[in-house]
Structure formats: structure tokens, C-alpha cells
Design a protein around this ligand. Structure first.
Ligand SMILES: O=C(O)c1cc(=O)[nH]c(=O)n1[C@@H]1O[C@H](COP(=O)(O)O)[C@@H](O)[C@H]1O
Length: 240
């Protein structure tokens, strides 16, 4: 995946809507795109194959969280789809994460590299207060995120999904090359929606995010390609 490009969250219900959206981008532009639950559960694996064959780099965001055997076998199947990145919930535990790594390696066709495997820490829609009250976690949110980062690295994962606000603490508790994939990105004065821990593309860049994930600020914009270009420029430090 090209780190210079934001990952566009294709949170749409079907192929036709995806095609209508992508038609607003220049032909042959290879994009970083994310297929999440909304699209995958309605359009199935065929949507992934379609995007891969169209030359896009796909982050398959299904946030697996189940017993180790189930997650390992699911990952084995997902590895055959040719995606660049996929994820699971770090809260599923070490045995589950190790089974996922093994499943991806087993399922990846010979001569290909397994997708990057990333652990969700605390969702960017979670506040410290809701984490403490609803999950009964008594540490700070930063400590919880750093803890999941360490566990994920010990299990052989490539990085975490976190808010850009936690990049420094993750890198400090793991290593500088441990990937921080950060959703919860909003342009200055952008609508937050359900996101709680947010940063602008420029702030995320400055703090050391490796990838930013952006959905509604692009997909719901009046001119999605213009919105994408603005975020791309900011992410690449071209707007101060
Ligand atoms: O794993 C993810 O991609 C993810 C993790 C997280 O903690 N927060 C989060 O927002 N996401 C995803 O990132 C995207 C953010 O979309 P917007 O809020 O519309 O920019 C959505 O597709 C979410 O499913």
C-alpha cells in the first residue's frame, strides 16, 4: 500500500454505488481503498476481487473477533483474495492473533506476500469515559491502546488501528516501524459524526501516522474527488 495516499473507506451498500463513486476519480488511478462490513456483507468477496483487478490496493476491514480456530481458518480464506491489508480486534487475545497470523501465511498463494495484519485497539468512536464505564477498563485510554499494541507486536502483527492521538504512545511502546493506521480523520471544522478521537490529515502526518483512513469527508462530499485531493495534499504536507 502506498503510504502517501489516504485509504478511502468505501462504506457503500453495493457494487453499483462503488462504481458510481469511483467514476469521479481519474481512470487508471490506483487508489488505497477500504472494504468494510457494510460493503462486504452485502456485496461479498466478489467486490474485493473487482477492486483488486481494477488495480486498487485493498484494506479488508472485517475486524475479526472469535475463537482462535475460527479466526485462523477465516484468515486462511481471506488471504486468497489478494488484499494488501486486513484486521482483527486485539481484544480477541494473543492465541487468536497468533492463529490469524498463521492462517494468513497458510492461505497466501505461493510467491505472494501475506496481507499486512493490523489489530484494532480501542475504536475511534470510543471515549475514555465510555471505555472505562462500559468495558470496565480502569487504565487510561492511552494505556489500553498501548497495551493492545504491545500484545499485537508480540504475536507477529504488523501494526494497529488507533486514533492519530495515540501514535506517539504506540510507537514508544512498540517500535517506530510498527504501523499505526488511523481513522477518525476530519478536515478542520469537519463534521465529527460518531467519531470521538479525531485529528486533521496534517496533524496525523505531523504526529507520525503511517496511514490515514477517511470515509465520509470524501464519500459524502459534494465533490468527492476535490475533497480527496485536498486531503491528499494535506496528508503530504502540501497545505500548511
Ligand atoms: O478499522 C477501521 O477501519 C476503523 C477502526 C476505528 O477504530 N474507527 C474507524 O472509524 N474505523 C473505520 O474507518 C472508517 C472511518 O470512516 P469515517 O468516519 O466516515 O471517516 C469507517 O469505515 C470505520 O469502520
Amino acid at each position: 500500500m502506498d503510504k502517501r495516499k489516504p485509504i478511502i473507506a468505501l462504506d457503500f451498500p453495493d457494487l453499483v454505488t462503488v462504481q458510481t463513486f469511483l467514476a469521479k476519480f481519474p481512470k487508471n488511478d490506483s487508489l488505497n481503498v477500504k472494504v468494510g462490513m457494510e460493503l462486504y456483507y452485502q456485496a461479498g468477496p466478489a467486490i474485493v476481487t473487482y477492486l483488486v483487478e481494477a488495480g486498487h490496493q485493498v484494506f479488508l476491514d472485517l475486524k475479526l473477533h472469535d475463537i482462535p480456530n475460527t479466526v485462523g481458518r477465516a484468515m486462511e480464506g481471506l488471504a486468497r483474495l489478494g488484499v494488501a491489508m486486513t484486521n482483527l480486534h486485539g481484544a480477541g487475545g494473543k492465541e487468536m492473533m497468533k492463529a490469524a497470523v498463521a492462517g494468513l501465511q497458510k492461505g497466501t498463494p505461493l510467491g505472494q506476500t501475506p496481507p499486512l495484519l493490523i489489530a484494532v485497539t480501542q475504536l475511534t468512536s470510543t471515549s475514555e469515559q465510555s471505555m472505562q464505564e462500559e468495558q470496565l477498563i480502569t487504565t487510561s485510554l492511552e494505556e489500553s491502546v498501548a497495551h493492545y499494541g504491545k500484545l499485537a507486536q508480540e504475536c507477529g502483527l504488523d501494526g494497529v488501528v488507533c486514533s492519530a492521538k495515540e501514535v506517539s504512545v504506540i510507537k514508544a511502546s512498540t517500535s517506530s516501524d510498527f504501523l499505526c493506521v488511523t481513522p477518525g480523520i476530519r478536515p478542520k471544522k469537519g463534521e465529527l459524526g460518531d467519531q470521538k478521537r479525531v485529528m486533521t490529515p496534517l496533524e496525523a502526518k505531523q504526529i507520525g501516522s503511517d496511514f490515514i483512513v477517511v470515509g465520509r469527508p470524501i464519500t459524502q462530499a459534494v465533490d468527492p474527488y476535490k475533497a480527496y485531493q485536498e486531503i491528499l495534499a494535506e496528508w503530504n504536507g502540501e497545505i500548511k
